[in-house]
Design a protein around this ligand. Structure first.
Ligand code: THU
Length: 132
């Protein structure tokens, strides 16, 4: 698997973050089952609630290009300890996978390996809508 390439792309994406308000830069890189890599960074806005996380930018870029099946998500931050996706992003990830491997990295080379099941063990799933 192209694990190292995906990690590098997440770090590159982090350096493109537009985060003038929080100064907290996040990068994401998403490897699709078809072998493509989609990147994202957080993009903030003066109307703070209009800001979007790096993970969702990467996922939405992939989905908008017709890719729905993912192999690996890498999230890069500049924190001392690698930092996990927020709750909204966990929900968005779980829309597309119930077992996606997720690697959290920082610039110092620390790595935490997890997956969406561990980060969101009891998700709200689209199947629940069938019970209406
Ligand atoms: N952020 C992300 O991009 N991903 C996360 O999982 C956590 C938070 C961004 C949102 C905001 O631009 C900044 O980090 C501080 O919350």
């Amino acid at each position: 698997m192209k694990k190292n390439e995906v990690i590098e792309k997440a770090i590159e994406a982090m350096n493109k973050a537009y985060a003038p308000y929080s100064k907290f830069k996040v990068g994401a890189a998403l490897l699709t089952k078809s072998g493509k890599i989609f990147t994202g960074c957080n993009i903030e806005n003066s109307s703070y609630g209009a800001s979007v996380c790096a993970e969702r930018v990467a996922i939405f870029k992939a989905v908008s290009e017709g890719e729905y099946e993912f192999e690996l998500l890498v999230v890069a931050t500049k924190t001392d300890e690698p930092s996990p996706p927020c709750g909204i992003c966990r929900q968005v990830i779980s829309e597309f996978s119930n077992d996606l491997p997720i690697i959290l990295v920082n610039e110092k080379g620390s790595i935490i390996e997890t997956n969406i099941k561990e980060l969101l063990p009891f998700p709200f799933l689209k199947e629940k809508l069938d019970g209406r």
